[in-house]
Design a binder for this molecule. Structure first.
Ligand code: 26Q
Length: 858
C-alpha cells in the first residue's frame, strides 16, 4: 500500500540513503546519483533489532541461510520485519477507534493501485541505511532487493491510484477509515511490446506470495446470488420479503496495514477474495465426474479472479456485476457488523459510518444497504432510506458516456432479483418527487429515471442510482464538477442542488515527492525546512521567493539533469533507444485513450520530423519524447495508436538526417513504479486531452510537483494547475470547453481543418503513404480515415495551436535560467495538490469525520 508503513518515525537519519526508484533496471551508478531524501524525525526502531529480526525471518520465514539468501529473500524478510513492527500500532489504533466510538469512513473502490511498499516503509522508519548495509554485506544492492517486490496492479489508472493516495492521507490525518475492494488473483495485464504492438500477458502477482496481507477468516462473509424473492405476512402483520434459494459465495478478507506519516495511526485496507463454500461435490466425485465435481468452485472463485473481465459478452457482463455486488455485499456486512459492536439503534448509523462510492462500480451499495436495513434488520422503508442517503456519498470520475455503467434489467433479475425490486421501489419514490416538482414534464421523468427504457431493452443506470441514494455527489476538479452540474446530471442538480460539490483530486507527497524525487526533496528541505516535502505541502508556495536566486536555479537545473540521467539507462534497456539527457524531455504517460490524444502528440512529432527533413539545418530545440501507457485489451483504436508511436519511433530514431534532435521511445508496462521513475525526469508534461473530457488527471499534478512545465489544454485539473503556477508558467493551447461544444454543434468537419493547415495535411499524407509502415500503406488506413472523416476528439482542430505550444516550449527550454524559474514555480504551485488537503475537505464537508489520535503504550 502506498503508505503501507510510513511510520511516526518519519524519514530516517541525516544520512538516509538513496531512494530506490523501483521501475526496474537503473544502473547501480544511476541509483547512487539519485541521492537520498531529506531527514525527518529520528527512528524509534533500533537498527540492531531490525537486523536481528530480518535475519530471523530469513531463517524461519524464508528458510534460507544468510549466505544463500537472494535479493528476493531479503525483500521478503524485510517486508515481514516491517509488517511485524506495525502489528502493535494497528491493534492499538483499532482499539482506540472503538473506544472513542468514532465515526468511520468506508472507502469502496473496485481498484487500489498501491505501488510497491518496502522502500517507502524503510525510508519512513529510518531503516533505509541499515537495510542497505545489510544487503551490501551479502554483495547485493538494495535497489535490486526493492525491485524484487511486485508492483500490485489492482487497478487500471487514475481512479485506482487516487484510492491509494487517499488511503495514505486518511491514515496521515488520523482519520478512522477502511478501504474496501477486491483481492484480484490477477491484476491489470503485463504489457509487452512485440513488433511495435501491445501484447497482453497474465499478471500473476501473487505467485511468490504477498508478505503484506493477512487473511482474516474470522471476518469472513457469506454472499448470496441468483435465487428468487418470496413475500409473506409475519406474525406482526407486516409483509416480509425474503430472498431464497440462491447460490452462496464466501468472502474472505485479506487485510493490509495503512500506516500514517508521522503518526501512530494504522488503518486497514480490506480486500475480499471469493471462495466456494466447499471444494468439490463428493457425490459427483464418487461417481467419477471429476470435472463437474469442481465446477461450482471454479465458477465461484472466478468472481475475484481478474480485474475487469472483458464485458462484451453476456457471461462477461454477468461476472462483472457479480464482482461488484460481491465486494459491496461483503463490505457492507462488515460495516454493519462493526456498527453492531456498539449500537442497536439504526438511526445512529449516519453518525457512525460514512460510505464513499468511488465511481459507480460500487453503486449497488445503495440497494444493498436498503436490503440489509429493511429485510434483515426490520427497519421501515422511509427510515432506512433516510439513513442510506445520509450514509452514502458518490464521486463521479467521468463524463464519457461509454464509461457510465448500465446493466440490463434481465441480468439484474437473474443475479440480484431482490435488488431489482428495491431499485424499482427507490425509483418509484424518487420519480414521485420529480413529478411533484415538474408535473407536466414527462420527458424529464424519462431522463431522470434509474431505469432506462431505450430500444436496446431496459437498463439500470448506476450513476442515477448512486445520485439518488447519496447526500453528496462530487466531481474531481472544478471544471469537471461544473460539467457534472451543468450537463451530465443537470436534471438532478435542479432538483437537489445542495448535494453537488467539488473535491479536486490530490496526490500523496510522500510517494510522489519525498520518495520519487529525493534530490528535489533535499533542496526543499534545505530552503524551507525538513518537513515540507512530506507535509503541509501548500507551504511549497514559499519557494517562489527564490525565483531570482541564481544558486537555487542552478540547483533546480542540476537536479533535473541528474533525474534525466537516471532514466537514460532505463530507456536504453527497455526500448533500445539511446537518448541525450541534455535534450528537452517531453513526457506523456497515462492510459492510452482517444480522448487523451496520444495521437495528437504523435502527429506533432511527425510534423517536427518533416521540418527537419525539409531543412536539416533548421534551428530546433533537441527533443526526447517518452510515452508509456496501456490500452484496454479490446480497444483496437488505442492499440493502433501505440503501434503508430512505435513505428514513428523506429523511423525517426534511425534517420541520420535528424542528427539526434528528435528521439521517441515508448516504454512498456506503465504502472506506479515506472511513473515514479520517469515523472521526476520530465521537462515538459503533456496533458493534451480535448477540453471537457479529462475529469481531473492526477499525473498532471505529479509532474508539476516534480518541476515539469505543462503543455496542456484547459481541461480537468490543468485549469487549477495553471491558476496555481501562474499563466506565464503554463503552456496553454487548444480550444476551451465552450469552443469545443460550439464546434460540435456546428457540425465538426476535420477535413476542413486538414485543408487549412498545410503542415497537418503533409503529416496525414505521410502516414497514408506508408512512410511509417515501411511501405505498407494499409496499416494506418484506418487512422487516416479516422482523422479525415471522424476525429471525435478534435485533434485536427487543435493541431496548429498544439504546434505553436510546442514552439513556446522549445523557446523556453532554450533559455535555461527562465526554464529553471518555471520549473521552480511549478513545484511551488504544485503544493496545493496534496491529497491531504483533498481528504481534509472530504472529511469536513462530506463525511463529518474527525481525527482520532492514537497513543502507543498508554
Ligand atoms: C465502466 C463500465 C464498464 C467497465 C469498466 C468501466 C470503467 C472502469 C474504470 C470505467 C472507468 C474506469 C476508470 C476511470 C478512471 O480511472 N478515471 C480517472 O479518474 C481519475 C481520478 O479521479 C481522474 O483523475 C481521471 O481524469 C479519470 O479519467
Amino acid at each position: 500500500m502506498d503508505n503501507l508503513a510510513t511510520t511516526s518515525a518519519a524519514a530516517g537519519s541525516s544520512t538516509t540513503p538513496v531512494a530506490a526508484v523501483g521501475a526496474g533496471p537503473l544502473s547501480a551508478q544511476a541509483r547512487e546519483r539519485r541521492g537520498s531524501p531529506p531527514a525527518g524525525a529520528p527512528t524509534r526502531i533500533d537498527p540492531g533489532q531490525f537486523r536481528k529480526a530480518v535475519y530471523d525471518h530469513l531463517l524461519y520465514t524464508c528458510v534460507k541461510d544468510r549466505a544463500e539468501a537472494t535479493a528476493h529473500d531479503f525483500y521478503r524478510a524485510m517486508a515481514h520485519t516491517v509488517r511485524d513492527r506495525l502489528v502493535q500500532r494497528w491493534l492499538t489504533t483499532q482499539r482506540t477507534y472503538l473506544e472513542a466510538d468514532a465515526k468511520r469512513v468506508s472507502y469502496l473502490s473496485s481498484e487500489f493501485l498501491t505501488g510497491r511498499s518496502l522502500g517507502l516503509c524503510l525510508l519512513n522508519m529510518g531503516l533505509y541505511q541499515e537495510a542497505e548495509k545489510m544487503v551490501g554485506e551479502r554483495n547485493l544492492d538494495l535497489a535490486e532487493v526493492l525491485e524484487s517486490e511486485v508492483d500490485p496492479g489492482l487497478g487500471n489508472g487514475g481512479l485506482g491510484r487516487l484510492a491509494a493516495c487517499f488511503m495514505d492521507s486518511l491514515a496521515t490525518l488520523e482519520l478512522p477509515a477502511v478501504g474496501y475492494g477486491i483481492r484480484y488473483d490477477y491484476g491489470i495485464f503485463e504489457q509487452r511490446i512485440e513488433h511495435g504492438q501491445q501484447v497482453e500477458h497474465r499478471d500473476n502477482w501473487l505467485h511468490a506470495g504477498n508478505p503484506w496481507e493477512m487473511p482474516r477468516h474470522e471476518h469472513q462473509q457469506t454472499v448470496k446470488l441468483y435465487g428468487h424473492v418470496e413475500s409473506h405476512r409475519g406474525a406482526d402483520g407486516k409483509v416480509h420479503t425474503v430472498w431464497v434459494e440462491g447460490k452462496t459465495v464466501l468472502g474472505v478478507p485479506y487485510d493490509s496495514f495503512i500506516a500514517g506519516h508521522e503518526t501512530d495511526n494504522v488503518n486497514t485496507l480490506r480486500l475480499w477474495a471469493a471462495r466456494a463454500p466447499y471444494d468439490f461435490d463428493l457425490q459427483l466425485f464418487n461417481a467419477g465426474d471429476y470435472r463437474r465435481a469442481v465446477e461450482e468452485k471454479v465458477d465461484v472463485e472466478n468472481i475475484s479472479k481478474v480485474l475487469y473481465p472483458p464485458d462484451h459478452t453476456d457471461d462477461g457482463k454477468e461476472l462483472r456485476l457479480k464482482q461488484q455486488y460481491f465486494f459491496v455485499a461483503c463490505s457492507l456486512a462488515d460495516v454493519l457488523r462493526h456498527f453492531k459492536l456498539r449500537h442497536t439503534d439504526w438511526t445512529l448509523l449516519p453518525d457512525k459510518a460514512a460510505i464513499q462510492l468511488n465511481d459507480t462500480h460500487p453503486a449497488i451499495a445503495v440497494a444493498e444497504l436498503m436490503r440489509l436495513l429493511v429485510d434483515q434488520e426490520g427497519v421501515e422503508w422511509s427510515v432506512a432510506w433516510e439513513i442510506t442517503e445520509k450514509v452514502c456519498g458518490y464521486t463521479n470520475h467521468t463524463l464519457l458516456p461509454e464509461a457510465l455503467e448500465k446493466w440490463p434489467v434481465w441480468l439484474f433479475e437473474r443475479v440480484l432479483p431482490r435488488h431489482l425490486e428495491i431499485i424499482y421501489e427507490i425509483n418509484y419514490h424518487f420519480l414521485r418527487k420529480v413529478i411533484t416538482r415538474w408535473p407536466d414534464d414527462l420527458s424529464r421523468l424519462a431522463r431522470m429515471s434509474i431505469i432506462e427504457e431505450g430500444g436496446g431493452g431496459k437498463q439500470v443506470r448506476m450513476a442515477h442510482l448512486a445520485t439518488v441514494g447519496s447526500h453528496s455527489i462530487n466531481g474531481v476538479a472544478k471544471l469537471h464538477s461544473d460539467l457534472v452540474k451543468d450537463q451530465l446530471l443537470h436534471d438532478f442538480y435542479e432538483l437537489m442542488p445542495e448535494r453537488f460539490n467539488n473535491k479536486t483530486n490530490g496526490v500523496t507527497p510522500r510517494r510522489w515527492l519525498l520518495y520519487a524525487n529525493p534530490r528535489l526533496s533535499h533542496l526543499i528541505a534545505e530552503l524551507l525546512g525538513p518537513r515540507f516535502a512530506a507535509h503541509e505541502l501548500p507551504e511549497l508556495a514559499r519557494l517562489k521567493s527564490y525565483v531570482d536566486d541564481d544558486s537555487v536555479l542552478d540547483r533546480v537545473r542540476d537536479i533535473k539533469l541528474e533525474n534525466k540521467r537516471d532514466v537514460v539507462p532505463l530507456i536504453a534497456k527497455l526500448c533500445n533507444v539511446k537518448v541525450d539527457p541534455s535534450s528537452m524531455f517531453i513526457i506523456q504517460v497515462k492510459r492510452i485513450h482517444e480522448y487523451k490524444r496520444q495521437l495528437l502528440a504523435t502527429l506533432g512529432i511527425i510534423a517536427q520530423y518533416i521540418r527537419l527533413r525539409d531543412n536539416p539545418n533548421i534551428a530546433m530545440t533537441p527533443r526526447t519524447y517518452l510515452f508509456a501507457g496501456k490500452a484496454a485489451a479490446g480497444y483496437a483504436t488505442a492499440k493502433q495508436h501505440i503501434r503508430l508511436i512505435n513505428d514513428v519511433a523506429e523511423v525517426i530514431n534511425r534517420d541520420p538526417l535528424v542528427r539526434d534532435r528528435l528521439k521517441v521511445a515508448f516504454i512498456p508496462n506503465y504502472g506506479v513504479s515506472l511513473a515514479q521513475a520517469v515523472i521526476p525526469a520530465a521537462d515538459v508534461s503533456l496533458q493534451i486531452s480535448l477540453a471537457g473530457k479529462e475529469a481531473s488527471g492526477t499525473g498532471n499534478m505529479k509532474f508539476a510537483l516534480s518541476g515539469a512545465v505543462t503543455l496542456g489544454t484547459n481541461d480537468g485539473a490543468n485549469v487549477e494547475i495553471r491558476e496555481a503556477v501562474g499563466h506565464e508558467h503554463f503552456l496553454l493551447f487548444g480550444m476551451e470547453v465552450p469552443e469545443v461544444q460550439a464546434l460540435y454543434a456546428a457540425g465538426y468537419l476535420p477535413s476542413s481543418f486538414i485543408a487549412r493547415s498545410q503542415e497537418l495535411g503533409r503529416v496525414v499524407d505521410l502516414i497514408e503513404n506508408g512512410f511509417f509502415s515501411f511501405g505498407d500503406s494499409s496499416r494506418y488506413a484506418s487512422v487516416v480515415t479516422y482523422l479525415r472523416k471522424y476525429d471525435p476528439f478534435m485533434i485536427c482542430a487543435d493541431f496548429d495551436s498544439y504546434m505553436e505550444g510546442q514552439e513556446r516550449a522549445g523557446a523556453l527550454y532554450g533559455k535555461p535560467r527562465a526554464f529553471a524559474q518555471t520549473s521552480l514555480v511549478n513545484t511551488a504551485g504544485g503544493g496545493v495538490f496534496s491529497s491531504d488537503d483533498t481528504i481534509a475537505a472530504y472529511a469536513s464537508e462530506i463525511w463529518n469525520v474527525k481525527p482520532v489520535k492514537v497513543v502507543l503504550g498508554g
